[in-house]
Design a protein around this ligand. Structure first.
Ligand code: AMP
Length: 510
C-alpha cells in the first residue's frame, strides 16, 4: 500500500483537527495538509516527476518541505532530503549519484548554482520562510486531481544518505512497507493517544525527525508544535502545551542546563523520547530527578528505522536501548556471523520488515552488509542481557585494538564521565608505534580548561578502575566535543585532529 494512503486513512475523518502549529502560532488542519499535499503533487506531476523519479531536496525545515515529502509519496516519487550543512562538493556527489529529475533547494544552496541546473532537470527554490518558486507553483496549482499512485510495498519511498563518517555516503533505499511497518510499531509501542501533541524540534532531513516523529503524528492524526529547530526559549515556552517530545540527547542536556526547566513545565508531558546518539546515564538520572520523567531511549539507524525501544510500561533502564520492537529481530554476532550468547559483546545484526532494501546503485556494498539469512550488519557493537535489553558499546569501526586487546570506547567513557569534575568524554584510537593503536580520550571538564597535571590525575584514578590496556595513554582537554547535527560525536574528526598524538609527545600514563 502507498504509505500516503495509510496516513490518509487515519486523518480523513478528522479533517478539521489540528495537524500542526508553527512557532508563529499559525494553525494548519488536516484539511490544509490534504490541500497542500494535493497542490504539491500537482507541481510534481506537471514538472514531469513520476513513479520512481528522484526529488533531491536541500532546504531549511518548513511546512512546505513536509508537503513536498508527502506529495512525493503520493505520486510514487523518491524523496531524497539532504543535510542542510552539506557544501558544494558534497552536494555535487549527491546530484551525480541520485540523478534527480527535480531539485528543490534553498536559494543559498549550492544546488541552485549553474552546474546543478546544467542537465535536463528542474530546479525550484524553497526558502527558510517557505517561500520560493516551489510554493508559488503550489499556490497556483489545484489541490485535487492527482491520484495516489498504486505502488507495490517494496517501491522506494525515500533515499537517505548515511552520514558516512568514512568513505562515500551511501543512499539507503527505504520502501513504503519499511516506513509503514516501523511507523505502526512505534505508534503502538509508545501508546499514542487521542489528545497527544508532539513537540517537533528535529531536522526533517534525517530519519528521526522525518520518519519517527512525523509518522507517529500522522498515524495518530493529532497535532504537533512544529519548530524550525531546537531553540531553548521556544521549547521552554511550548513544552507546557505538548505531551510528547522526541529529541537527541543534546536537547535534554540543554534543557537541564537551564534553571527555567522545571517539573511544572513538564506537567502536561506524557513521554520524552531520546535517540540517534547515546543518552548518558547521568543525563537520564538528572532528568528524572528534575522532572519525574524517565526518558525513553530507543535505537535505530538510517538503514533500518527503529530497532529497539525501552518500554512504555516497564523499566526504562539507563544506558540501554531496550528490547527489539515487535517484528524486529536483533542478534549479537562475531564478525564472521556466529551468534553469541547473552551478555557477550559483538556486532549487532537486525532483521525485519523495517530493514531497507539496499543501497542505491551499490549492489556490492548491499551484499557485503547482509548475511545470507537476511540479517543486516549494523556496524554497532553491543550486547543483549538475559532480559532481552540491548546495550550499545560503540561502532565497530570505533573499536580500538591496542596491543591485540579489544577496547570498547563506551566502557572507558563511562568510567571517565564518573570522575569528579568531568562533564563528558570521547575515547578514540590513534596510531601508536608499539601498540598499533593507542587509547586516547578527549575530555571536557565542568569548569573548562585542564592541563597535564589534570590529565595525569585522571589517568591515575582510571588505573584503579580499569585494566591497564584500557586506560587512555593520553588525555586531551577540549572546550567541547565535535558533534554533527544529530548530536553524534564525530570521532573521525578527533582521530584526524589528534592523529599524531603518540608520535610527538611522551605518554601521560597507561
Ligand atoms: P543514523 O543512521 O545517522 O541515524 O545513525 C545511526 C547510528 O546512531 C546507529 O548505528 C548507532 O550507532 C547510533 N545510535 C542511534 N541511536 C542510538 C542510541 N540510542 N544509543 C547509542 N547509539 C545510537
Amino acid at each position: 500500500m502507498n504509505l500516503y494512503r495509510l496516513f490518509e486513512s487515519r486523518f480523513e475523518g478528522r479533517l478539521e483537527d489540528t495537524f500542526l502549529e508553527t512557532i508563529d502560532g499559525d494553525r494548519l488542519t488536516y484539511a490544509d495538509l490534504a490541500d497542500g499535499v494535493g497542490r504539491h503533487a500537482r507541481v510534481l506531476v506537471d514538472g514531469g516527476v513520476g513513479l520512481g523519479d528522484r526529488v533531491l531536496v536541500q532546504a531549511e525545515k518548513s511546512v512546505a518541505g513536509l508537503f513536498l515529502y508527502l506529495a512525493c509519496l503520493r505520486v510514487g516519487a523518491v524523496f531524497i532530503p539532504l543535510n542542510t550543512s552539506y557544501r558544494r562538493d558534497e552536494v555535487r556527489y549527491f546530484l551525480d549519484d541520485a540523478e534527480p529529475s527535480l531539485v528543490v533547494c534553498d536559494p543559498s544552496s549550492p544546488l541552485c548554482s549553474e552546474d546543478a541546473a546544467d542537465v535536463e532537470r528542474t530546479v525550484l527554490t524553497l526558502d527558510v520562510a517557505g517561500g520560493g518558486s516551489l510554493s508559488a507553483r503550489a499556490r497556483a496549482a489545484p489541490p485535487t486531481g492527482v491520484d495516489i499512485a498504486e505502488v507495490p510495498g517494496d517501491h522506494t519511498a525515500a533515499i537517505l544518505y548515511t552520514s558516512g563518517t568514512t568513505g562515500q555516503p551511501k543512499g539507503a533505499m527505504l520502501t513504503h512497507d519499511n516506513l509503514a511497518s516501523n511507523a505502526k510499531a512505534l505508534h503502538e509501542a509508545w501508546g499514542f493517544i487521542d489528545d497527544d501533541v508532539l513537540l517537533h524540534a528535529l531536522p526533517i532531513f534525517h530519519t528521526h525527525g522525518l520518519f519517527v516523529a512525523l509518522h507517529c503524528v500522522l498515524l495518530n492524526a493529532t497535532g504537533m508544535l512544529f519548530l524550525p529547530r531546537f531553540d531553548l526559549d521556544s521549547v521552554l515556552r511550548l513544552l507546557p502545551r505538548a505531551t510528547v517530545m522526541m529529541g537527541v540527547p543534546t536537547y535534554y542536556t540543554r534543557l537541564l542546563a537551564s534553571p527555567e526547566f522545571t517539573a511544572e513545565l513538564c506537567g502536561h508531558m506524557r513521554l520524552f523520547v531520546s535517540g540517534s546518539a547515546p543518552l548518558r546515564a547521568e543525563t537520564f538520572e538528572q532528568f528524572q530527578r528534575r522532572t519525574g520523567h524517565a526518558i525513553l531511549e530507543r535505537y535505530g539507524m538510517t538503514e533500518t528505522g527503529m530497532n529497539t525501544s525501552n518500554p512504555l510500561a516497564g523499566p526504562r533502564i539507563a544506558g540501554t536501548v531496550g528490547r527489539p520492537l515487535p517484528g524486529v529481530e536483533v542478534r549479537v554476532c562475531e564478525s564472521d556471523g556466529t551468534p553469541l550468547a547473552a551478555g557477550a559483546v559483538g556486532e549487532l545484526e537486525v532483521r525485519g520488515p523495517n530493514v531497507f532494501k539496499g543501497y542505491w546503485r551499490k549492489p556490492d556494498k548491499t551484499r557485503a552488509e547482509f548475511r545470507d539469512d537476511g540479517f543486516f550488519r549494523t556496524g554497532d557493537l553491543g550486547l543483549i542481557d538475559e532480559n532481552g535489553y540491548v546495550t550499545i558499546v560503540g561502532r565497530s569501526k570505533d573499536m580500538i585494538i591496542s596491543g591485540g586487546f579489544n577496547v570498547y570506547p563506551k566502557e572507558i567513557e563511562n568510567a571517565i564521565d564518573r570522575l569528579p569534575g568531568v562533564r563528558e568524554s570521547a575515547v578514540f584510537g590513534v596510531a601508536h608505534p608499539d601498540f598499533g593503536e593507542g587509547v586516547a580520550a578527549a575530555v571536557v571538564l565542568e569548569d573548562g580548561g585542564g592541563d597535564a597535571g589534570h590529565a595525569r590525575a585522571l589517568i591515575a584514578r582510571l588505573k584503579d578502575r580499569l585494566a591497564g590496556y584500557k586506560v587512555p595513554k593520553r588525555i586531551v582537554f577540549v572546550a567541547e566535543l565535535p558533534r554533527n547535527a544529530m548530536g553524534k560525536v564525530e570521532k573521525n574528526r578527533l582521530r584526524e585532529t589528534f592523529a599524531d598524538l603518540f608520535s610527538v609527545t611522551e605518554e601521560q600514563g597507561g
